[in-house]
Design a protein. Structure first.
Length: 234
């Protein structure tokens, strides 16, 4: 997709129209600190009122809406990226504090209705996955994000490089597919409960959101940091 695909989202369009057309963007905008209650205000007006750079907002909207949208390095470097790290950090908190506990509650309710080992399999698998996700995020918050902030402030940070992130970055959404396979294959047929439908829907939504999160890190954050490293360290 060409970079001008971003023009599908005009800064002058009404924010309410955007969210009505693409309700999946709702959780994303709240992580950017944009509250509901847009009225008839434009995207630009709503972003300005919330202290969010409009071009950055439109870029993230494109990522979440168009699966084949890959911004060029020129687009990335031409966009104010000061909100990138705060957005990624808020996304971490959203996943750890809200989405994962919500899924865990559903799994606990399902496990309580199961006899034998299968219920424990669900719970232990998910607990292990949650620990892996928390460790993944902790690494980024401890090592990667401070490195980016240092570079953005013009400091020469040689203690870490984005190459280390690329080398160690793991797939944290793949195990959610494994969890779904366990549910589909081994959940006893007598368990007919809204919790099952809810947890499957929650896992699918979280998996898709994490894929976008990974995309932002690998296709936006990494090219940005490479440029900053080269500019400062060359």
């Amino acid at each position: 997709m060409k970079d001008n695909k971003s023009r599908l989202f005009s800064s002058e369009s009404r924010m309410s129209d955007l969210i009505t057309a693409h309700p999946s963007l709702l959780s994303m905008i709240t992580r950017l600190g944009i509250p509901l209650g847009f009225g008839d205000r434009s995207i630009a007006d709503v972003c300005d009122a919330s202290g969010v750079n409009t071009a950055f907002f439109l870029l993230i909207c494109n990522v979440y809406t168009f699966n084949n949208y890959v911004p060029s390095t020129a687009v990335i470097l031409g966009t104010d990226m000061t909100g990138l790290v705060p957005y990624l950090e808020k996304s971490h908190r959203y996943y750890v504090d809200k989405r994962l506990p919500h899924i865990e509650r559903h799994l606990d309710a399902i496990a309580q209705k199961l006899s034998g080992r299968i219920g424990l399999v669900f719970i232990s698998f998910f607990k292990e996955y949650k620990q892996e996700v928390e460790a993944h995020f902790s690494h980024e918050e401890r090592d990667v994000f401070p490195h980016i902030r240092a570079l953005m402030s013009g400091k020469c940070d040689t203690t870490y490089s984005i190459g280390e992130f690329i080398h160690t970055h793991s797939d944290i959404e793949g195990k959610l597919d494994d969890l779904l396979n366990i549910i589909f294959k081994y959940l006893p047929p007598q368990v007919d409960d809204d919790n099952v439908l809810d947890v499957v829907d929650d896992i699918l939504r979280l998996s898709e959101d994490l894929k976008k999160h990974t995309f932002i890190e690998e296709k936006i954050m990494v090219p940005l940091v490479k440029h900053l490293e080269n500019a400062i360290l060359s």
